[in-house]
Write a protein that binds this ligand. Sequence first.
Ligand code: CUA
Length: 384
Amino acid sequence: MRTPLFRGTKRWGLLGTCLLLSSILLSACGENSPSILNTYGPVAHSESYVFWVILVIASIVFVGVEGMLLYSIFKFRERPGMPHPRQNHGNLKIEIIWTIVPMIVLFVVLFFTVQGLLQVAPENQPTDKPVINVEAYGHQWWWEFYYPDYKITTADSLHIPAGSTIHVDLYSNNVIHSFWVPALTGKTDLIPGHHNQKWFQADQNAVGKTFLGICAEYCGTQHGNMRFEVVVDDNNQFQTWISTQQQAAATPAGGLAAQGATLFASQCTSCHGIVGVDLKPNQGQQNQYGYNDPEKTCDLPNSSCLIGPNLTHFGSRHLIAGGVLAYDANSPACNPDNPNLLKECGLAQWLNDPQGVKPGNDMAINQLTPDQIKELVAYLESLK
Ligand code: CUA
């Protein structure tokens, strides 16, 4: 015997509860969760505008069509003794109306979409604001950012000044990635062998905020762990950040950090660069290995190109390995004297077992002892 799906108040209650709970799920958007609707720059404003236009048009169509359908179902439902309804098959007038009206609706959608596309196109990058140039490199699976005008390299952390135009050149030498900062700009792919560009700006009310950036194109098993942060500064903060980043890494005077520095120089420099250790200052982009752009060649003194992130000012960053772990150099958890360092500090967890934390990544190291991890943590977090 078939059981009806919703029998009795219990099941209807269950359905109601599920609906209510799902509305909580859908509304769980805190201030820091990436949203294309909570925008902080003209490019994202323009893109969310297109979204709203389409949503409003689609809603009107939905309500109109469903309304007519429901009205017809109730108004013209069959009653005993009713004659057959009039048949409209082949009615030329109706055929023309329901061809033309959707056409007009779709042309309106097309108009707003093309208008939005033109507003954010690389060709229409505004010329009235100072320009900050950034080269973004998609690795498997982390982001490298190089500022050619300042000759500094960071990983997974992009600082930008509010009110400037950020021009981004996008490169990949492996697979296709996609650069996406929902609050600031939509997605643009990084395609091997193809030079894509984009621009965006952050409004003044974004100053002091950090936005989540995401890889938006499936690029391998750790695609979901390919995040970055965009820190929006005011002009002064940005200039301070630039001049700090341009300095070579400080050499620790002694103690654990100095031991860590020695260990780093002997074990880590075949993959990682630190200005002042194995990289010279102002040397330009250090970290490329075989990019397809002929102008982008590795120019390391030892001509071996680095495959890991440049760590010159690692202590000022907040994400490890594309955000698979969070990190705060100032937190008590990452104090090298913390007895639970290996469990509580993201950096120590990473150094202890990079393949366990993020299987398939390029970090291949011999197992470090807890003391070595302590020394490296002390050294790396001294690199502010
Ligand atoms: Cu890179 Cu997905």
